[in-house]
Design a protein around this ligand. Structure first.
Ligand code: COA
Length: 329
């Protein structure tokens, strides 16, 4: 047996930054950013933390499901940009929502992370280990963005999204997921502790400039673009074939919100109408593993996604990683 989505939630930081705001400290402009990416705004953390966004998103998802935290058996948080290594964000969410019976861990598959977390919770449900799981994508990318690099910083934003899954005899599940670590240098970011801490005398000193470079996201935009435009449609084709589904049977393709041109290119290659590829990146930019659940939550709340509809969620990003997951809502 698999799990069905019975509630969704999201949370965005209040501070909204426009393209024009960026052009005050960067050589860029609204027209260039919109034309190349489709992005108009992004929300960035001010006094909030990614952990707090995750807790609010989780509470909203539980409210939508009509459940209390006590009924949650498992919490998996996907993040690459939280404030905490210890305790894990999922343990902080557990405390925040009173899910005292839940098993908890975080995972990182970059922008494919929400799918990795969703698939993991489905696996635990299908093994009979749990009945109810909470899947969260929560990011504070503004803290690791290189704000001096106009070719990457224009893309990213912060936010969190969540979904509650409950065991259901009618639920269906199918997935594909891949990684190509050999191309990992296309999108990188290191934690700083590896560079200056360690057993006395074992770690070489690094300059502040080198440290800043390595601890902010560095991206080869064109390589990531080429990878995404090829692998996203290929992954969706692979999923449809594996699940013996027709393209027409899919009501919505919820793609990771990285760039409107990537999403439009994927729709074109798949030969599916662009109207089936909703986008909210104009408002939020790329929120990594939070982008798919934020979009899912918005569409559910707007009544666009209806019970019984077939969704394909498709993620791609750092690693490099990519995947697609079938959801019957
Ligand atoms: N404003 C104005 N000009 C900019 C700019 C900005 N923010 N960023 C780059 N430029 C300039 C470049 O310097 C370059 O100028 P030049 O021709 O004089 O050298 C020109 O615009 C073209 O740059 P290029 O890098 O070729 O643009 P692009 O069309 O590839 O768009 C990205 C850049 C980053 C928008 C695009 O490559 C992309 O979206 N890639 C995918 C990234 C992604 O989604 N990453 C996350 C995946 S999860």
């Amino acid at each position: 047996m698999f799990g069905k989505i019975i509630g969704t939630g999201s949370c965005l930081p209040k501070r909204r930054v426009s393209n024009n705001d960026l052009s005050e400290f960067l050589e860029t402009n609204d027209e260039w950013i919109r034309e190349r990416t489709g992005i108009g705004f992004r929300h960035v953390l001010e006094n909030e933390t990614p952990e707090e966004l995750a807790i609010v998103a989780a509470k909203n998802a539980l409210d939508a499901a009509g459940m209390s935290g006590e009924e949650v058996d498992m919490i998996v948080v996907s993040t690459l940009s939280s404030n905490h290594m210890l305790p894990s964000v999922s343990c902080l969410v557990q405390r925040g929502i009173g899910a005292e019976h839940a098993l908890c861990f975080d995972l990182n598959a970059a922008c494919t992370g929400f799918l990795a977390a969703y698939n993991t919770v489905q696996a635990y449900i299908s093994m009979g280990v749990i009945k109810t799981g909470l899947v969260i994508g929560a990011e504070g990318l503004s803290r690791i963005t290189e704000w001096a690099d106009r070719s990457s910083c224009i893309l990213f934003g912060d936010g969190a999204g969540a979904a509650v899954l409950r065991e259901d005899p009618s639920a269906q599940f199918g997935m594909i997921m891949h990684a190509d670590g050999a191309k990992g240098d296309a999108l990188t970011c290191e934690f700083s502790y590896g560079m200056e801490n360690g057993y006395p005398g074992t770690v070489a000193a690094v300059s502040e400039e080198e440290k800043r470079h390595r601890t902010r996201m560095q991206m080869n935009g064109q390589e990531v673009f080429r990878f995404a435009i090829r692998q996203v449609p290929a992954g969706i084709h692979e999923l449809l074939e594996k699940e013996q589904m027709e393209m027409d049977s899919v009501d919505w393709f919820l793609l990771h919100q990285a760039n409107a041109r990537i999403i439009e290119g994927a729709a074109k290659r798949l030969g599916a109408p662009i109207e089936k590829f909703p986008m909210n990146l104009e408002e939020y930019g790329n929120t990594s593993s939070a982008s798919i659940p934020i979009l899912l939550d918005e569409m559910v709340r707007e009544g666009k996604i209806q019970r019984g509809q077939c969704l394909v969620l498709a993620g791609f990003g750092g690693g490099l990683t990519w995947g697609a997951t079938k959801v019957i809502f």
